[in-house]
Write a protein that binds this ligand. Sequence first.
Ligand SMILES: NC(=O)c1ccc[n+]([C@@H]2O[C@H](COP(=O)([O-])OP(=O)(O)OC[C@H]3O[C@@H](n4cnc5c(N)ncnc54)[C@H](O)[C@@H]3O)[C@@H](O)[C@H]2O)c1
Length: 295
Amino acid sequence: MHIDQVKQIAVIGAGAMGSQIAMVCALAGYPVKVQDIRDESLEKAKASLEGHMERRVKKGRLTAEEVVAAFDRLTFTTSLEEAVREADFVIEAIIEKLDAKRELFAQLDQLAPPHAILATNSSTIVSSKIADATQRPDKVCNMHFFNPALVMELVEVVQGPHTSEETAQVTFDLSKRIKKTPIWLKKEISGFVANRILGKMMDEAIYLLEQGIATHEEIDLACTKALNHPIGPFALMDLTGIDVNYLVRMQRYQETGDPADKPSKTITEKYERGEWGRKTGKGFYTYTEDPALKK
Ligand SMILES: NC(=O)c1ccc[n+]([C@@H]2O[C@H](COP(=O)([O-])OP(=O)(O)OC[C@H]3O[C@@H](n4cnc5c(N)ncnc54)[C@H](O)[C@@H]3O)[C@@H](O)[C@H]2O)c1
């Protein structure tokens, strides 16, 4: 397949990532079908995208016409069949659980046209763990966006041993067409590039906190004021979701069996208490209804 043959995109999972990935594709001119098993997620996705787009229009970054046109290209559905029946490219962004992803990819393989590429936005799961649930492993790869997908420019395209050069190329080219900056990982590695580097930093931040060296606010200040990071590691964990952090680490631990990969005590406690960050109103920081905090 050539990138010009990608006419219709499906995004599966309309959560924090899927909703914004779908809008990025729609803004770039692609008709996109967004599917989620929960009606509630689809409603939330629409409302959240409307808010984001309204703010962009107010700031003059997009015109009202561009936004209307992008929403016209988006279709929301709970039917997987309807979402992927005519899709040339499917981006999966459902919960970070291997079994759920394998089950979904087996269904996608049945329902999507035979030529369609099936890409996963998983934060850590390499596509070789999923590809063999399909009859088209050569058309399966990782296409990893960053949070918030509307803003963050990088996309990691990860070519597994089963992924054809053509699939990686089309995925790379699609990333550019939707105005992202792709990098092409020629080999699989859990966590890919950016999150492996980030993971080391988060581990150190949590180590310093658990040792009682400094508070989470102070550690964030060290990163923003000395290292010039736009956001500190604790504020970032709140933004990306402490639940996601926990599940990612559990996934990696299950893969490697290395206790060093387990989620830390602090993260486990917060996960169990439901303190998942901005999405629950409390994580390391507490979030009020103050709109200034809901950027
Ligand atoms: N949050 C991040 O910072 C981030 C960044 C990059 C990649 N990711 C990856 O993106 C994926 C989604 O993460 P998220 O943060 O958007 O999660 P989320 O919890 O916000 O959204 C997941 C959505 O998937 C839906 N879902 C669950 N099972 C489904 C199924 N079988 N079919 C259809 N929909 C289903 C849920 O209803 C929910 O709406 C994960 O694989 C995660 O690793 C997350």
